[in-house]
Write a protein that binds this ligand. Structure first.
Ligand SMILES: Nc1nc2c(c(=O)[nH]1)N[C@H]1C(S)=C(S)[C@@H](COP(=O)(O)O)O[C@H]1N2
Ligand SMILES: [Mo]
Length: 258
């Protein structure tokens, strides 16, 4: 097994170096892929010859966020930011019990897809109890239930030029639409969910109904609520103010890792 991992690493190193012309100083650097601002992580995320199969191998290597027992849930998930979007299209959906909701997958994909809530709920479900950390200085342990994002992207077929996933939301903050983005390593992370359940109940409006994304190794503002579209892109420069998310546009770190 060690030999197999080494050969995968050599393969990754070869493709990353081939793509960028940068030299890596050694395989041991892959042990630090989870660290923010790590140049190897950054380069791997950007190396556009890296196949998506290889991306998933990296994701499988990546550390998991800590999980908790359900008995450690002390309170409901504290709502923060938008808690009741007031756009006409969201209100219409909400008032129909989200019957007409579709999650769209667009951008650099082989085929554009859209999923109803029932379709998402019928995909393999996963639950995890994790801690949400908001930069405002509070945390909540909560149980999230949903389906993994990775297989949804696979269904659409991610094109080789895609480097980031942009998460488009229904709500606005001070006139600017909320959005977020991640690299594909985080998108394919085994704990990254399209969540429709919270603490054994349906995800309520205040916490992002009908679908919010959980990227468990990132801060609270990287957990977009009210998501309607997943857009695969080569660059997020054309969205918002170009920094990859509503809060990054307002000065927060793009990666926002914990
Ligand atoms: N669409 C959208 N997503 C969002 C926000 C928001 O205002 N709008 N706020 C973010 C912030 S700062 C936090 S801490 C969490 C809050 O999630 P919660 O309301 O479920 O606790 O959502 C994040 N995702
Ligand atoms: Mo937050």
């Amino acid at each position: 097994m060690a030999k197999l991992i080494l050969s995968r690493r050599n393969f990754l190193r070869a493709s990353a170096v081939g793509a960028s012309g940068l030299a890596l100083s050694g395989c041991e650097q892959f042990d630090f892929l989870g660290q923010r601002d790590n140049p190897v992580r950054e380069m791997l995320a950007r190396a556009n010859t890296l196949t998506y199969h290889a991306q998933r191998l990296i994701a499988a290597d990546q550390a998991l966020a800590r999980t908790y027992a359900e008995t450690e849930i002390r309170q409901g998930q504290r709502p923060n930011g938008s808690t009741d979007p007031d756009s006409a299209d969201y209100i219409a959906l909400r008032d129909s019990g989200f019957a007409g909701y579709r999650l769209k997958v667009t951008g650099l994909v082989e085929r554009e897809l859209s999923f109803s809530l029932d379709e998402l709920r019928n995909m393999p479900a996963q639950s995890q109890v994790t801690r949400h950390d908001c930069v405002e200085g509070w945390s909540c342990i909560a149980k999230w239930t949903g389906t993994r994002l990775g297989p949804v992207l696979d269904a659409a077929g991610v094109k080789p030029g895609a480097r980031f996933l942009v998460y488009h939301c229904y709500d606005k903050m001070g006139g600017e639409t909320y959005y977020e983005s991640s690299d594909l390593i985080d998108a394919y992370h085994p704990q990254t969910l399209l969540a429709y359940g919270l603490n054994n109940a349906m995800l309520p409006v205040k916490n992002g109904a009908p679908i919010r994304v959980r990227i468990e190794r990132a801060l609270g503002y990287k957990q977009p609520k009210y998501v309607h579209t997943l857009e695969l892109v080569e660059s997020f420069a054309r969205f918002g103010r170009g920094q990859g998310g509503y809060w990054p546009d307002h000065g927060y770190d793009w990666y926002g890792g914990i």
